[in-house]
Design a protein. Structure first.
Length: 194
């Protein structure tokens, strides 16, 4: 710590993916009220704490500092497990990226149940949104902020079209590739990406 006060702590809510990047290759063992835990620092100056067995899953990935990965605490009934995935190239030449399909399906289901003319949803959005589901995609480059921005733009454009139809706005124009590029560029600028 630099003396500027406590750093923000990343919390792991059940079934919610946290995309992270480590500041250092290893964490530091700390004593807490639940026994020994490992404290990791992120590249964006946050910290997170994991039990030693879960921390080992991160070590097994052999991550370099600033390399992106995801952590998800899976919970189904009383069973809890942890999923830790390195974003980027895997041993078989594929790349792991967070699946947008399941997240899109849940977003669209929530939109379809939205009360007409209000910003309230008729049914709550599931607690598992977004999901930990993953998809393997063959690619020649590592996932980047640009890829995330483009996926977000496509998701937003599709959801807007579905919502427009659900409220009877059939004249909704289709988004062009230029529209998607502009949305992605805006996200990149807002995020400070290059």
């Amino acid at each position: 710590m630099t003396g500027s006060g406590p750093r923000e702590t990343v919390e792991f809510d059940p079934n919610v993916v946290q995309r992270l990047a480590l500041k250092y290759k290893t964490g530091r063992i700390v004593q807490g009220n639940r026994g020994n835990r490992v404290m990791f620092a992120t590249s964006d100056n946050k910290v997170f704490f994991l039990d030693e067995d879960v921390a080992q899953l991160i070590y097994d990935l052999k991550l370099r500092p600033s390399a992106p990965f995801t952590v998800c605490q899976r919970q189904s009934g009383s069973a809890t497990s942890w999923e830790v995935l390195k974003l980027g190239e895997q041993g078989d030449g594929t790349f792991v990226v967070q699946a947008e399909t399941a997240r899109l399906d849940k977003a669209l289901a929530a939109i379809k149940t939205q009360k007409a003319g209000t910003s309230e949803f008729a049914t709550p959005v599931p607690a598992s949104f977004p999901t930990c589901d993953k998809v393997l995609v063959a690619s020649n480059g590592t996932p980047s902020k640009l890829q995330d921005a483009l996926q977000t733009a496509v998701l937003a454009a599709h959801a807007a079209g579905v919502y427009a139809k659900s409220i009877g706005y059939a004249a909704m124009p289709q988004f062009t590739s230029e529209d998607l590029r502009t949305m992605a560029n805006t996200l990149m600028i807002q995020d400070g990406g290059r």
